[in-house]
Write a protein that binds this ligand. Structure first.
Ligand code: TYD
Length: 136
């Protein structure tokens, strides 16, 4: 898909505040612009480690720092942008066709991904050279 990083944005999520803690409820197609078929989370990432160097052909994703912080670098083949996520009531929406790198994880960070489709290895573009060809 020929999307650009300008199609990706940080979305403020609802926060139900209570003196004993907060709740952020999310529903596919309501707070986030796609239906959710899969949730996964990354945790216990060793200091200095980088993950997620790939793009997807059809997958829409919302990435949330459920705990701690990390940076997401988005690249559409022309322009790069780095977003810091560090609050559980903000999520980064990533359209299909965007290369993403995940880095600078704080200790104890939990990276939550809400995804529009089930896991499918055929949806991945794992080689950067293939990604640039795909974006032409
Ligand atoms: P991958 O998406 O390549 O992670 P990263 O890009 O952050 O390194 O996934 C790593 C492994 O986990 C890969 O072998 C596929 C497997 N995996 C699943 O089985 N289901 C999933 O939903 C995800 C995200 C990964």
């Amino acid at each position: 898909m020929k999307t650009s990083i300008y199609n990706c944005n940080v979305i403020e999520l609802p926060k139900i505040h209570n003196r004993a803690g907060n709740i952020t409820p999310l529903h596919g197609g309501i707070e986030i612009p796609f239906d959710i078929q899969r949730i996964y989370y990354l945790y216990d990432v060793p200091g200095g480690e980088t993950r997620g160097g790939h793009a997807h052909k059809t997958l829409h994703q919302l990435i949330v720092a459920a705990s701690g912080s990390f940076e997401v670098t988005l690249n559409d083949g022309s322009i790069k942008k780095t977003v810091t996520l560090n609050r559980p009531n903000f999520g980064l929406y990533i359209t299909p066709g965007i290369w993403r790198d995940l880095h600078n994880f704080s200790s104890g960070a939990v990276l939550l991904v809400l995804a529009s489709h089930l896991y499918d290895e055929n949806d991945y573009i794992r080689e950067y050279s293939d990604f640039l060809l795909y974006k032409k």
